[in-house]
Design a protein around this ligand. Structure first.
Ligand code: ADP
Length: 492
């Protein structure tokens, strides 16, 4: 059964009041009613009776419906209000609705009253729910650790939460009033990036993106923030609003920097003694060879292999930290790419007794680039090919000329890479997880370095693979990246 509706009725004519009661009963509306006709009684009942709805005649001996509505407004009460009156002109009807009435009913058409009552109650209930939901949302936005900023479809700031103000230290109201977005709070060097990200959203090119950039706070401090942006579109797919959540990541950035510094210092410190050990080892090997002590020489050689591995690992760590800090220096000159591949094949073959490394060179191409860094790419790809194909005994390296450059491929017949990991293997620290994978040692930075080096040469790198059948890594490098624009992304 419906709950009883509390009706406050402003009416001075008892027989009209009776009629109205009759209509409500006829409409099956369970109600409890207070009949009042003076302002004092009306105000008293608003407090005491706490009505769900007000029905009001327009003119009463000392009061009228306009005043009744005014009182509601002054008291900030949102109670459904229906005017029930004898006659209404069109102007009057418009006027009373403007003043906040929900509906009006003519006394000679009272049969509409029950549905008008129910509709008004429902409308208010929905409004209340909406208001409560908005309040909850506003509460979360104000109290979340993320700042909330809303921009219009031109990129002009429209609202700015308290938390955003705390993070950025700028007066949101002043920015909103300025009616322009000149990116004054973005650190100058990062403005082009911030503008590009915003343009992508404004144009509708992307629906969401995120960006890390530096900001200058109101008191001149430089902080790092991460922005999570998304666009709200209208029914025609046109961008309506851009919503951004921002987070202060200065501390996180500082810690990352400390970690990078630590890695960089640690790998530097490790490199010096290992280089010395390697030199002494080679000296010892020569002496043992002269002495003809083949047993000890064999042990020294085995040690040498491990020292070389260690040197490689430290070298990768150093390169990795340099890439992260933007300090990897490229020393470029023209060289024959096939010669480099052949050299690396010979070197790597010395380290592997399990695999035959076959080289299928295509027509020679001179490449302008950093020979050492590109040799590192070959080492990483070939050593991965060996490492991830323990059950097989061959690796095939090929080169061919392609798109004004050279395409290198390194093919193995090993464990393969699941399709969903193919894009990710070039990301730093990414290692394919799954059965059997954990048995392969590694740091997850080899392919990241390859990708960085190849990209820096204006090329691209990709992989094709079949689980259980093997993988082929491809790298396309333009002959001269100073004059060539990379034409395609990978995977062709
Ligand atoms: P790692 O030191 O782990 O080998 P890489 O960056 O060289 O790091 O490779 C990233 C991940 O890609 C590896 O952990 C491995 O899961 C996968 N991977 C790389 N090369 C191959 C390959 N030839 N065959 C199968 N999986 C490979």
């Amino acid at each position: 059964m419906n709950p009883t509706i509390k009706v406050l009725h402003l009416e001075d004519n008892p027989s009209d009041a009776e009629l109205i009661d009759y209509e409500l009963r006829k409409g099956d509306i369970p109600f409890e009613k207070q009949l009042v006709e003076s302002r004092e009684d009306y105000e008293e009942m608003l407090n005491k009776f706490n009505p769900d709805i007000i029905l009001s005649d327009h003119s009463l001996p000392s009061f009228n419906s306009f005043k009744a509505l005014e009182i509601l407004r002054d008291k900030k009460l949102t109670i459904p209000f229906i005017l029930v009156t004898a006659t209404v002109s069109e102007e009057f009807a418009v006027d009373i609705m403007k003043r906040g009435a929900d509906d009006y009913i003519l006394k000679d058409r009272l049969q509409r009253l029950p549905s008008a009552v129910m509709n008004s109650l429902e409308k208010h209930r929905l409004e209340k729910d909406k208001q409560a939901a908005n309040e909850r949302l506003a509460f979360h936005l104000e109290n979340a650790p993320l700042g909330f900023i809303e921009l219009d479809n031109l990129g002009i700031i429209k609202s700015w939460s308290k938390r955003a103000e705390e993070i950025l230290g700028w007066d949101g109201k002043a920015l909103i009033q300025s009616q322009e977005n000149n990116f004054s709070q973005v650190y100058e060097e990062d403005r082009p990036l911030a503008k590009k990200v915003l343009e992508q959203l404004i144009s509708g090119e992307v629906e969401r993106n995120k960006v890390q950039c530096r900001h200058v706070t109101g008191n001149g401090k430089v902080i790092w923030c991460e922005w999570f942006n998304s666009v709200l579109k209208d029914e025609n797919g046109k961008v309506k609003t851009i919503m951004s959540l921002i987070q202060d990541i200065t501390e996180q950035k500082l810690m990352e920097k400390q970690k990078d510094n630590f890695l960089s210092v640690a790998s530097h410190e490790l490199k010096t003694p290992v280089t010395t050990i390697k030199a002494y080892g080679q000296l010892a090997e020569e002496l043992l060879e002269k002495k003809g002590d083949n047993d000890t020489l064999d042990i020294m050689k085995r040690m040498g292999v491990q020292v070389n591995r260690l040197t490689g690992l430290i070298g990768s760590l150093l390169d990795f930290t340099k890439i992260r800090n933007g300090q990897l220096v490229y020393d470029e000159a023209p060289f024959d790419f096939n010669d480099l591949v052949q050299e690396m094949v010979v070197d790597m073959q010395k380290t592997s007794h399990t695999h035959e490394i076959k080289n299928n060179p295509g027509p020679g191409t001179t490449v302008f680039g950093d020979r050492d860094k590109l040799s590192q790419v070959l080492i990483n790809l070939i050593s991965n090919a060996i490492k991830y194909s323990p059950e097989s005994d061959r690796i095939v390296i090929s080169t061919r000329t392609s798109r004004m450059g050279i395409e290198l491929s390194v093919r193995d017949f090993g464990i393969g890479i699941p399709a969903e990991d193919l894009q990710n293997v070039f990301k730093q620290f990414y290692r394919v997880s799954g059965e059997g994978q954990s048995t392969f040692p590694g740091m997850g930075i080899g392919l990241y370095i390859c990708s960085e080096v190849v990209t820096r040469h204006g090329g691209n790198i990709w992989v094709e693979s079949n689980i259980g059948k093997g993988s082929t890594f491809y790298a396309w490098i333009p002959s001269d990246h100073r004059s060539t624009i990379a034409m395609h992304g990978g995977n062709q």
